[in-house]
Design a binder for this molecule. Structure first.
Ligand code: URP
Ligand code: ZN
Ligand code: ZN
Ligand code: ZN
Length: 510
């Protein structure tokens, strides 16, 4: 395969000898503990032509079937990363991981599907979609798309409908930050929320007050603070809390479900907790960086080291990480993403004299499954079934592709991982598969290792070797009206019937 050789030769850590080789289309995974979000049992899993055919004990097969022994290990649905940016043009540059290298890294870490954010081209959704369709042609695993909304007019409203009804997009992201670039107004957010509701599409928000962030940045520059620490100081958690609260309340006003991406702070998490307690349909997505890191790296005296931690909202002071973990374990937050959006040291250095110019984003697509296992399961905070739920199943349910994805059931796609709870992992830019030259989790070690990744029924990661083929990944269309919309329209009907009759008011005559 010409294209795969091109990628092999790019020296991104993909074993040349194995490029382009596919494994048997029939596969038996024997003797592992098969874990779904709702149930776990010791069973065999039989796969044919990319689909799970049977899950039960003692499946007998012929000689033509490749057999993997999973005794003593967990057999789980491959991870689904709800939040990535591959081949993303942002802040004057483009992420170094594209749809091939980012996905190869994902597969090496046990993630078999991701949902990336299409950015419109000059506000045009269809042009944005076409551009991302092209970028994604080299995909080596399955993927879906969210779409950002960056301006508002009748054409955008019509295109949203086309995206939902014809293109398989069921979620739209609104940026309340990045003033002068992606940021939108409350007026646009309201229009967008209404349109999402009418289409059965999920509204997502990047929740930071962009006007106040702009003000905070000016303050830092006036004080002479130009380094990466200025990033944290200029956009404190209170601005994330404010925007999260505002978006939640506007979604309540419109009565439509809301998904808050990259919840980085206690402030934002508590707004979500409060709304959920009141019965509002709000989903909170923490990302791995927010769960396992604190802001101290931004104060590193070495610019390149400090700059690698720059993402928005910022990684918070110690304490927020533990609180977000607890919120995840109690169901206040529901699933984990990465916001994988990587720029190398040269790109980060664009902001050497001004933190406002450092391209925002950190890695995580390869590390998520290991770090969540170690931080949440190995530490005793959640069960293995909960692990499957927060890394895979809940994402599949929210984006309406369950149980095709997010489950090990007969009929589901054969996206499967085998995790050895007794093996260990260690993270380093020296051997990761992303194209970037740094890693925000450098040196982190822990228990639990993804030893095998199966994508579309093929073994793509085994014995620390990747066998990935550009073009093997499929676009997964995601239908509208996920479970969060259940009851939404009933609540509207009740509201209407209680308010429709105009009030009779008596006039006092003078
Ligand atoms: O810093 C970040 N998060 N970069 C990616 C864009 C976004 O806001 O998700
Ligand atoms: Zn090759
Ligand atoms: Zn964002
Ligand atoms: Zn993002």
């Amino acid at each position: 395969i010409a294209e795969s050789d091109q990628f092999c030769d790019a020296g991104i850590g993909i074993d040349k000898s194995t490029c382009g080789i596919t494994s048997s289309s029939k596969l038996l995974i024997k003797g592992g503990t098969v874990v779904n979000a709702h149930h776990q049992e010791v069973a065999d899993v039989y796969v044919e032509d990319g689909i799970i055919v049977a899950v039960k004990p003692n499946i007998k097969v012929g000689d033509d079937v490749a057999v993997l022994d999973a005794t003593g290990k967990y057999v789980m649905p491959g991870g689904i990363d709800p939040h990535t940016h591959l081949a993303f043009e942002f802040m004057g540059t483009e992420t170094v991981d594209d749809f091939f290298t980012g996905q190869a890294a994902a597969l090496a870490g046990g993630t078999t599907m991701h949902i990336d954010f299409v950015i419109p081209v000059n506000g045009s959704l269809s042009a944005g979609f076409e551009s991302y369709e092209k970028k994604a042609k080299k995909s080596c695993m399955d993927y879906g798309f969210h779409m950002a909304i960056t301006k508002w007019d009748e054409v955008v409203a019509q295109e949203m409908e086309i995206m939902v009804k014809e293109k398989g997009i069921n979620s739209f992201k609104f940026f309340l930050a990045y003033k002068g670039a992606l940021m939108i107004s409350d007026e646009l957010l309201l229009q967008g929320l209404k349109k999402c509701k009418s289409l059965g599409a999920l509204a997502m928000v990047h929740a930071e007050n962009g006007d106040a962030v702009f003000e905070g940045q000016e303050r830092m520059i006036e004080l002479g603070i130009t380094g990466p620490e200025g990033h944290a100081l200029s956009r404190p958690a209170v601005l994330e809390g404010e925007a999260t609260s505002r978006a939640i309340r506007l979604a309540s006003f419109v009565n439509t479900p809301l998904y808050v991406v990259h919840v980085m702070s206690i402030d934002a998490m508590e707004e979500i907790a409060k709304a959920r307690k009141a019965g509002q349909k709000v989903i909170g997505e923490p990302v791995v960086s927010g769960l396992v890191l604190d802001e101290s790296g931004l104060w590193d005296p070495d610019f390149v080291t400090a700059a690698k931690y720059v993402m928005s909202p910022p990684i918070r002071p110690s304490g927020h990480d533990k609180a977000l973990q607890a919120a995840l374990s109690t169901g206040v937050l529901q699933l984990v993403g990465t916001d994988h959006c990587v720029f190398n040291s040269t790109q980060k250095s664009i902001g050497i004299d001004d933190f406002r110019k450092i391209p925002n984003g950190v890695n995580g697509i390869e590390e998520r499954m290991h770090l969540v296992w170690n931080t949440m399961v190995e530490s005793g905070q959640i069960s293995v079934r909960d692990y499957v739920r927060i890394t895979s199943t809940e994402c599949a349910r929210i984006f309406n592709i369950y149980p095709k994805k997010g489950a090990i059931l007969a009929g589901s796609d054969a996206d499967i991982i085998i995790l050895n709870p007794n093996a260990s992992f260690e993270i380093s830019a020296k051997h990761h598969h992303s194209r970037t030259d740094t890693n925000v989790y450098e040196g982190k070690k822990g228990k639990g290792k993804v030893e095998v990744t199966i994508s579309g029924g093929k073994i793509v990661w085994e014995n620390n070797e990747l066998k990935v083929i550009p073009g093997a990944g499929k676009y997964i269309e995601m239908p509208a009206f996920n479970y969060l919309f259940d009851g939404i329209y009933k609540a509207d009907a009740q509201y209407l019937s209680s308010t429709r009759a105009p009030m009779k008011r008596f006039h006092s005559s003078t």
